[in-house]
Every structure is written in C-alpha cells, then in structure tokens.
Design a protein around this ligand. Structure first.
Ligand code: ZN
Ligand code: ZN
Ligand code: FE
Length: 755
C-alpha cells in the first residue's frame, strides 16, 4: 500500500532554550503537525524526538527555524534519523541533566500579555506587583543554580497555590513551567518599612504610603529586580538637589523613569532608534537628548544636553508610575564605588541620610544586577553598561575550546568573562573595584558563575597592571592552584580584542584604543594607542604625545592640572605667568610656580598618552577648569558645547615617528576665544587623526574601542568618515566599549591561544 513516508528524527538544540517556554512551544508545534515523540531538557539544551509523516516533519522544522519563543536563542541544531518507535503521543519528559552548558537567561521586562492581565479588573492578578510568565520576569537575579527550576531560585520559599500549580503544569498555558509564577495568594508580599521601625504590610496602603512620601519631595528606596533604587520626584528641584547632596554625588547624571514613551517625548527628542531601545524588551536606560527643560529638575544632568531615560520594567514599577503620574529619578542605591544594595537593612545602615523609608518585599535577590545603559550614536548602538536585560550575555563559539578560561577584567567597570566548550559568558556589570565591598561583589559574581556552570578554570587571564585588585587576586590564586595557567594581557590590547571577539575577527586589524588610562608595556600609563594587531601579538604604531599628570590621581578629578601641564609642554614658566588667558584665572601665580616645580621635578607626576586625559585638559583650557564629578564628564561637556559651533576647521597636529603630536593644537586652543568652537574643532581633529592613520594602513580593517568612543559625536563622525572612504571598520555594540569589555578581550586572547 502506498502511503506517506513515516520516519523518526532526533533534534538536539543548543542555545538559550531552557526557562524560556521552549518545551511548551515544541509541544504545541508537535500537536499542530500531528507528530509524536517527546522533548526533554538536558545539559546541552533540549533534545526532541519526533515521529511522523515526512511532509509534517519538514513543516515542523521549517516553522521551528522561522519562529521561536521571544527569549530563546538557537545556537546549534543537530539532527539524526532514528529507528521508528511507534509513539502515539507527544510528551514532555523530566529533564536529564548530566553536564551544564545551557545558557542562563537575563531578567526580562514584563510582557504585554502580563501587562494586560495586570490591568484587567476581572483577572485574579489584577494589580499584582509580581505578575510574570514564561516570556517575562526575573531570571538571573533569583537563580541559585542550573538547571533553572523553582527549587533552585529564591521562589523556592513560596509554595504554589492550587490555581498557580494548574497553570504551571499545563503545557497549553503561558505559565507552563514559569518558575517565578505566583499570585496574591501564594507569592511574595510587598511591605513598607521605615528606618525607625514603622511597618505597613497591607500592600495597597504600603504603595500609597511610599507614593505620598515621594510626592512630598522625599527620597525613598524601592526594591527592584537586581537591587534597590533611590527614587525621588524628578520634577522637584529641591528633592533632586537634596538627593545629590546627601548621596555626595555632585554632577553625575541621574536616570529618570517615565510612565510611558509619550511622557519621555514631552521632554526629550527621540530618534526612531532611541525609541526602539527605550521600548525594547531589555528596557535599558537610554541616553537621549533633552529637548525641553520644563518639568524636569535642572540638576538631573547638569551642564550636558543628554539625559538617561527608561520605562517601568517590572509590574511594581508600572503600578507606582501609574499611581504617581510623575517622572521619577531612579538611581542605583549604593555608596560611590560600592555595589548596588540588595536589602533594606543594609540600606538603612549605609545611607541613613539618604533613605529613611522603603518599599520592599520578601522575594530575595540572589544575584545583584544594575540597570543597563545604552546610547545610540546616530550610526551605532553603544553599550555603556551591560547588566539587567542583557547580562549574563553569552556567545556561541563555532569551534569548541579545550580549556576552561576565566578572564577577570579591569579595575573599573569590572565584568568577568568565562569561556568553556562552545561558550563565552560575560557577567553583568560589577563596577569599580576600589572598595572592599566591591571586591566582595566581584568574588560573589565569580562564585555564581562557577556554581551555575559547574566551572573551574584551567587558565586565568588578568590585566598587566600590577596593582589592579584582580591581578593581585589572580597571582595569589595561581600560587595556591599550581595547575592553573596565568596569562597577563595588556589593557589596550584587550580593548582591541574585545571588539574582535564580538565580531569573531581573526585577521590583522588596525586598532584605535582610546580610553582613560591603562598600564602600558613600558610601565607608563597608556590610553591613546594605535595598534596593528595580528594573531597573538600587537605592535604599537602610534600613540598620543605624553603629558604629565600633576599630582597623579588628583589630576583626574582636577582637570585644570592637566590643562596646566599641557601649557608647560609648550610654554616657559615666564610666558605662562605673563599670559592673558581665562583658564589661568583658576590659579594664583604662586600655585602656577609650585605646579611648575612639580612638573620639572616629576614628583608624583606620571606620564600618560591617554586621550581621555587630553579631553580633560582641553575641557579645562576651554572653560574655567571646574573640577569634574565623574570620569568621562569632560567628554560629555565638550560634546554638548560642540553642538553650538558651526566651525568647520580643525587644529594642527603631526604624525611622526609613531607619535601623534598635538602641541600646535594646544597653541591654537589658547588663542581661540569661543569654547564651543574649541570643542567642535577638537573632536573633528581626533576624527581627522584617525582617518589619516587609517590611510597609512589601507589594507587593514579598522577597530575602534575604549571609553573615549562613548562619545556619540566622535563615533558618528569617525564612522561616517570611514564609510565615505569605503573602509571596513568595527565598533562594539553588543558588549561594553569601555573597560566593561576588557574581560571579553582577555578571554578572546586565551581562546585564540588555545588554537
Ligand atoms: Zn509575561
Ligand atoms: Zn498562586
Ligand atoms: Fe580602558
């Protein structure tokens, strides 16, 4: 008898396929095409067996290729024909976990279905602040271990009620195996707590209480997904400046959470791309351009035309913003240089002057996680902080590696990268490792990665800087673990490699690595480096003329010191003392003489080729040399000022013997009167320098990496120019372009060394 050809197929799928609704999706797909067999989670991802008509199997595979659950990602699918087993149904089998290499998902913003239910008066989760489903909700922040099961999360303490259990067990339900599933009856509870012990456990009253305090101009703490936010009314100047004063954060911009996209558009001009980023499922903080200063406190982002905006990403935020109907400052609760705080007791101990009241709940945050920050430069998306929504970020390597690699990153904007089998995993942003707390957080993050992925390193990679906490730790660690290999990679080489890793580049490249400072091979501070990178090596073909950091670290906070040292490079003390220059009013004659003495003697005055510091110096020379509140502020201010200039000119420089000599530029800046022109001409000059050097190496693709490329104007200009030259170029957009990307670059070095 002639009939359809029946066969059985096994599909092994690697990628992000657990905890993202993959099994019920396949279950429904199998039913749709009348296929029998089973699916289960295993250490590599999922294994599917399907049996049925050839045509149906082909349709099944076609649909699987073209539409998968939103949060899933298929890295690899291996298929194999099997003997017929004559199955008569399709089953979801218990997981078979032997090894772990399935990827952990980041936390995801509330989905539209959940939002609709939350606003539906007849739904049993009406106004429920912890509503979630397979397509949304917490992941990384509640996970203790893989496989991702409720028992291995901080939801294990909440026993499901019968209604939730039914949803959880029904493959046709959106909440099938949604591990954080809960409802008013069985889930976490909100409560209001104040520093003097005042409590409110009635959820509605707790929300009302916190809203009243915000409206009265107070700063309060609100427990989010990965830690606490400090929140206040963003339209209330007094509230915002008090928050700044109490938190000792003079100028660093504060992020603002708005009720919806229309509320953002009232005060910002969004490009199409900005809007997409704001509304994306990752819901990062997006740096956009302010269009109106009405309705927002001036001190939210002083001296710059940009502001970080985002939308509610948890049901709790959604409820609060609806209730309040005002924009909220929402900044991570932490002391400077310390990690985000996860529980209210610590908050009250550490910040009693800032926070006296909190809205909290009893679902533990297992892994802290900050908000992500992104910027669209008109040509490229730049990842400034990779955390909630994006991280842990994983990449699939086509070639399996033989060693387990642990890369420790830099000292600032720290992240950790691990690589094993076919995987690279980058941790969320950890932060600056200058405090004991921050280093503890670094170790906790490392422990989480080791535990979740059952990972032990064969190779550890660190920076060459002998005083980075991570370098010290690595050297101690390999002393105790003699079988572990230690690799040290130069900081700016790592920047280049990070970009190469993101694009899987293997060929030789010309890399512009421009940043603050990093430890150079000659023991000096580098930061304005041009490398030809080939295979495991790099050659430093250009660097900016070195300048002196008068007083070392102090010069980073006080850019006027950098401005002055730039003048010392060109003029004699006598010439400077008789100069008529606005900038010099920041010093007394006596101070100039003392600084000159320090400069000549070289005491505590390291040399650096850092472009970041040159930005500081130019900022100082163009203005009144006010102190900076945060790293990168000078770049942002110059960028803002440059927009008011129509100058098409650039400054002079020379490229000789591997040195980018900008002395003539300083000479011209001192004469230039208009600070907007100075800013514009300076940024254009940097663009020209890049283009000129690129022309010297016409066959090499260009790589742009390092913190200086967080400057949107510079990135737009440079990439535009390279496009016009028809030049191949690469700039990171999925991974941090600043020091947050260093660990990825380090790991890539070890991967390539592995073969
Ligand atoms: Zn949902
Ligand atoms: Zn329930
Ligand atoms: Fe760097």
């Amino acid at each position: 008898m002639l009939g359809a050809f029946i066969y059985r197929l096994e599909l092994k799928i690697h990628g992000i396929v657990q905890g993202v609704g993959f099994r019920p999706y396949i279950y429904k797909l199998a039913h749709k095409y009348k296929l029998f067999g089973h699916i289960y989670n295993d250490g590599n991802g999922v294994t599917i067996e399907i049996e049925g008509d050839e045509k149906n199997i082909s349709n099944f595979k076609e649909e699987l290729k073209n539409s998968t659950p939103v949060l899933s990602r298929i890295d690899l699918m291996q298929t194999k024909e099997l003997e017929l087993k004559n199955s008569t149904e399709f089953l979801i089998l218990k997981s078979n976990q032997t090894s772990i290499s399935t990827m952990l998902s980041a936390d995801i913003t509330m989905c539209d279905d959940c939002k609709a239910e939350m606003y539906d008066k007849n739904n049993r989760r009406y106004n429920y602040p912890f509503i979630n489903c397979t397509n949304c909700g917490p992941r990384y922040t509640i996970i203790k271990n893989l496989p991702y099961d409720r028992d291995e999360t901080s939801m294990s303490l909440f026993e499901m009620c019968s209604e939730c259990r039914q949803e959880y067990e029904n493959p046709n339900n959106r909440r099938y195996h949604a591990q954080p599933i809960s409802c008013f009856r069985c889930g976490p509870k909100l409560r209001f707590v104040s520093i003097d012990g005042d409590k409110e456990i009635d959820e509605e009253k707790a929300i009302q209480k916190i809203c009243l305090l915000i409206k009265s101009g107070q700063s309060v703490g609100i427990k989010g997904l990965g830690g606490f936010h400090i929140v206040c009314d963003a339209s209330n100047e007094k509230a915002v400046s008090e928050l700044r004063l109490n938190k000792n954060r003079p100028t660093k911009p504060l992020a603002v959470m708005f009720k919806d996209i229309d509320a953002i558009k009232k005060v910002c001009s969004l490009t199409q791309k900005d809007e997409e980023l704001v509304l994306s499922k990752e819901r990062p903080i997006v740096i956009v351009t302010k269009s109106s200063y009405i309705g927002l406190a001036d001190s939210i982002a002083p001296n710059i035309d940009k502001i970080g905006v985002f939308l509610p990403y948890t049901p709790l935020h959604e409820i609060l913003l609806q209730e309040l109907n005002i924009p909220l400052v929402a900044t991570s609760a932490n002391l400077s240089d310390e990690p985000i705080i996860r529980d209210e007791k610590e908050l009250f101990v550490k910040m009693p002057n800032v926070i006296k009241n909190v809205l909290t709940h009893d679902r533990e945050i297992v892994n802290a996680c900050d908000d992500s920050v992104v910027l669209n430069s008109s040509t490229h998306i730049l990842m400034l902080r990779m955390a909630r929504g994006y991280a842990p970020q994983s990449f699939y390597l086509k070639k399996k590696i033989s060693k387990n690699i642990l890369a420790l990153g830099a000292n600032q904007k720290s992240t950790i990268t691990i690589a094993f089998d076919n995987n690279i995993v980058i941790s969320p942003h950890i932060g600056d490792l200058n405090s004991i707390e921050a280093f503890e957080y670094f170790k906790t993050t490392l422990d989480t990665l080791k535990r979740v992925y059952k990972f032990e390193p064969d190779v550890i990679v660190c920076d060459k800087h002998p005083r980075y906490e991570t370098t010290i730790w690595a050297k101690e660690y390999v002393k105790e673990h003699k079988n572990i290999e230690l690799l040290e990679v130069q900081h700016h080489f790592s920047h280049a490699l990070a970009c190469m890793a993101e694009y899987s580049l293997d060929e030789d490249v010309l890399a512009f690595c421009f940043d603050g400072t990093g430890y150079g091979d000659d023991g000096k501070l580098w930061g304005g480096e041009v490398f030809v990178v080939s295979a495991q090596k790099y050659k430093r073909v250009y660097h900016f003329l070195e300048l002196s950091l008068l007083g070392g670290e102090k010069a980073i906070k006080e850019p006027k010191r950098v401005g002055l040292s730039l003048l010392f490079e060109i003029f004699s003390l006598h010439e400077i003392l008789s100069m008529e220059c606005e900038f010099l009013k920041a010093f007394t004659k006596q101070e100039i003489k003392i600084f000159h003495h320090i400069y000549i003697k070289g005491t505590n005055t390291p040399k650096t080729s850092s472009l970041g510091r040159i930005f500081d110096g130019v900022y100082a020379l163009s203005g009144d040399g006010v102190n900076l509140g945060y790293e990168g502020e000078s770049g942002l201010i110059l960028e803002t000022q440059s927009k008011d200039s129509s100058s098409e000119e650039i400054y002079s420089y020379t490229l000789e013997n591997g040195v980018i000599d900008y002395k003539e530029m300083i000479n011209q800046i001192v004469i230039d009167a208009d600070k907007t022109d100075i800013a514009k001409k300076f940024i254009s000059t940097i663009t020209n320098i890049i283009v000129d050097i690129a022309k010297e190496y016409p066959t090499l693709p260009v790589v742009l990496s390092g913190g200086v490329f967080q400057n949107a104007t510079l990135v737009s200009q440079v990439t535009q120019a390279l496009k016009e030259m028809d030049r191949e170029y690469y700039i990171q957009s999925k991974t941090p372009i600043n020091d947050g990307g260093i660990s990825l670059g380090q790991a890539y070095f070890a991967i390539k060394k592995d073969g």
